[in-house]
Design a protein around this ligand. Sequence first.
Ligand SMILES: Nc1ncnc2c1ncn2[C@@H]1O[C@H](COP(=O)(O)OP(=O)(O)OP(=O)(O)O)[C@@H](O)[C@H]1O
Ligand SMILES: [Mg+2]
Length: 439
Amino acid sequence: MTETGPEIHGERLAQRSANGEPVVVVKQLVKEFGKLRAVDNLNMVINTGETYGLIGPNGSGKTTLIRMMVGLSRPTSGTIHILGEKIPSHKVSPNLGYMPQLSALYLDLTAAQNMRFFCKIYGLRGKEQGKRIREMLERVDLADRANDVVSKFSGGMKQRLSLACALVHGPRLLMLDEPTVGVDPELRRTFWQYFAQLNSEGVTIIVSTHHLDEASRCTRLGLMRLGELLAQDVPQDLLRNSGKDNMEEAFLYYASRQDEEVEEETLEKGDRRTLALIFLVPIFMMSLLFLVLTSTSTVHTLVLVRPTGANSNQVNALIDKLLPAQDKLKTINITAGQVDSTLKNGNADAAIIFPPDFAQQVSTGQNPTVQIKLEGSDPTVARAMSDVANGLTHQLGVALAALSAQQHGQAGQTLTISATIPFTVSEPEYLYGGADYTG
Ligand SMILES: Nc1ncnc2c1ncn2[C@@H]1O[C@H](COP(=O)(O)OP(=O)(O)OP(=O)(O)O)[C@@H](O)[C@H]1O
Ligand SMILES: [Mg+2]
């Protein structure tokens, strides 16, 4: 068996796999153990002739994925097709070889007896059985140990026998779960020679490993972490796209991108909550007003002291857009000096007072204060009018924050949590029959 250089081996098979038919098609695969998502929405296509390496740290979901592929564990959701058959399917078994992470060998049986056991599972009998056992034991260099009890074997010998058992029925697809774990460098090299040979005979291989130096021997790699595929590509492209020159650093690069995504998602969830509060609370407040207003025949009045300084047009246009369209609500523009008397005389129920240079202060980040004043003789109406004034100013704040985010080159992005409302709204001041009450 001749050793093929890793790069050459990779390129040759990558070419072949490009022309290959899909052998394995995994779609939106999820496996949950209680609250733990061991496999999280995995998608992959593995083609004929590939040696596909699953690389990932302990607990990243490699074994869970492989066990689902061989039909030993049912997915929580999603599908796996192998050779066109939906897994689990008994039709696929004769084409599938599986070497589990933990040895499935019977220690008190001989190597040959163990192999016979696997032959029975796969329906190999008679002369064909004997021939295959001899061939496979020779291939893994155990021909002279055929009649020895496995309990006397070293770890590496057991691994070789496990491989022989997985191959005894001549599968077209071989799934190897960490076949080189605990194996010395020389035997690891021999194992990869076996794989290269099998591969050249047309066997498609899926192999999980911790050894990043084995990565370059694969036609393609799936980097797994926390049940997700961080990236999958030919080894050279994974290195190129990460800008790293070794797979260990490349893995860390893709892992850090996953961490950033998780952080962003957490933030976005926060943003969505903030946005929901910002938008929904005022809408709720205004619906209270609607209830109050529709239950009376009286028209209520909101007076506005609008900004008048530079750049006020845009703000006033926004206010016009946001003013609630209610038959029972009238809005009037007045000056700051008219507010108190208008409320005290009962000619208005609420006032929103913008400082004249409001727009200027907002654009220069000075956080201006908007005042709300209420006529307090009817507490129910006062409360409803307070809600409508607060609702209006909140919505204006959200609109201005979004506008500012766009003006800072973030067009098309969702409002982030850092895009805060650029002004303060004072606690409402109550005016009642000439007497002032605050709060
Ligand atoms: N039967 C099970 N019940 C509960 N949790 C499980 C079960 N099998 C696996 N897990 C959990 O699922 C996650 C993925 O485990 P898995 O064995 O697939 O990882 P792995 O990548 O193969 O790790 P290793 O490299 O150590 O073999 C781990 O957190 C593990 O504890
Ligand atoms: Mg495992």
